[in-house]
Write a protein that binds this ligand. Structure first.
Ligand SMILES: *[C@@H]1O[C@H](CO)[C@@H](O)[C@H](O)[C@H]1NC(C)=O
Ligand SMILES: *[C@@H]1O[C@H](CO)[C@@H](O)[C@H](O)[C@H]1NC(C)=O
Length: 336
């Protein structure tokens, strides 16, 4: 009895192994992991996009390979696909039809490819997509129609491209967006209405661009913003009302800009006395001119100094007599 059972188990195992081998042989560099939810297929160093994917594929990665092109019909056989990871390939373009067969797609990662443009309408069937990562490509000129159809998009990463400007309507239909990363592009200005589409943006990355001014209008539609990165830009001016609507900001990075002063009232809505920022803020590596115009900032820094990063790198660049002094320690500003 026991040995009969053992034989039956061995036979079952043998059948399983043969069928798994059968699948793998048509997907040479790929590992296929079946599960009750559907198959996960991972391919490394594949020379081309795998053909004959299992029809129940829900998760597909073809990364660190040398893909330059994807056939328009690449995803035709896996209508249940939920995640597609294509990072670190050499993709230069995508077909407008690519995503039509996979309307349940939730995650698309195209990090570190060579995309110069996206076809308009690429996402017209992508109403379930929540995460779109286009970081580290060669995108130059954004088209307002790029992102049409992304009704559920929560996380958009366009960092490390070569974008110089954005069309005003780029995000207008992305009502569900909560994280937007535009860091490390070549942006010099942003359209005032850029953030009018999303209903509850929480994280905004604008660091590493060439922004010179932050006006009153940009952040006004986003009162729930919690995290704002503006470091490594060329800001010379932040308007008095730029942060007015922000009541929940927990992290602000203005370090490494060209700010010599900030207007009175700018800091009123942030931090103490109203509330503590949960994470903190950084205003270091700016050429602060420590005269009476900086009194408002100085007082706010003192009230919130327990949340202030890089205190030792927050110094006066002028006037001459105070050059190099720690901003927090310029006691003249407190008594003015
Ligand atoms: C400041 O930003 C520039 C780019 O805008 C960068 O090259 C430089 O390393 C940054 N400096 C510091 C101290 O972070
Ligand atoms: C503070 O900054 C000065 C000048 O940049 C440097 O010499 C010193 O080591 C720093 N101190 C600390 C505690 O980091």
């Amino acid at each position: 009895m026991a040995s009969e059972q053992r034989e039956r188990i061995l036979l079952l195992l043998a059948l399983l192994v043969t069928s798994a081998e059968g699948t793998v042989s048509s997907l040479k560099e790929c590992l296929v992991l079946p599960s009750a939810e559907g198959s996960t297929v991972s391919c490394h160093r594949a020379m081309e996009f795998p053909s004959s994917l299992p029809a129940d594929t829900v998760h597909l990665s073809v990364e660190f390979s040398n893909l330059k092109l994807l056939p328009a019909s690449a995803l035709r056989d896996c209508p249940r696909l939920r995640e597609l990871h294509l990072s670190s390939n050499g993709l230069q373009a995508l077909s407008r039809e690519l995503l039509v067969p996979v309307p349940r797609l939730r995650v698309l990662d195209l990090t570190h490819n060579a995309l110069r443009d996206l076809p308009s309408g690429l996402f017209r069937a992508s109403a379930a997509l929540r995460t779109l990562v286009l970081r580290d490509n060669r995108l130059r000129v954004a088209n307002a129609r790029w992102l049409w159809g992304l009704r559920a998009l929560d996380h958009l990463d366009l960092a490390e491209n070569q974008l110089r400007a954005l069309p005003p309507g780029l995000l207008s239909r992305l009502h569900a967006l909560s994280t937007l990363d535009l860091g490390y592009n070549l942006l010099e200005t942003l359209p005032a209405g850029l953030l009018r589409g999303p209903r509850q943006l929480q994280r905004l990355h604008l660091e590493g661009n060439r922004l010179r001014r932050l006006g009153d209008g940009l952040l006004a539609p986003q009162p729930f913003l919690r995290v704002l990165f503006l470091s490594d830009n060329r800001l010379v001016e932040v308007s008095a009302g730029a942060f007015r609507g922000l009541r929940l900001l927990d992290m602000l990075d203005l370090s490494n800009n060209s700010l010599s002063s900030t207007p009175p009232g700018l800091w009123a809505s942030l931090g103490r006395p109203a509330r503590d920022m949960q994470d903190g803020f950084d205003v270091s590596h700016n050429p602060w001119v420590c005269n009476e115009d900086l009194r408002d900032l100085w007082r706010w820094l003192h009230a919130n100094r327990h949340k202030m990063f890089s205190q030792n790198d927050t110094r006066c660049a002028g006037p001459e007599a105070l050059r190099g002094q720690l901003l927090l320690e310029v006691t003249e500003l407190g008594s003015l």
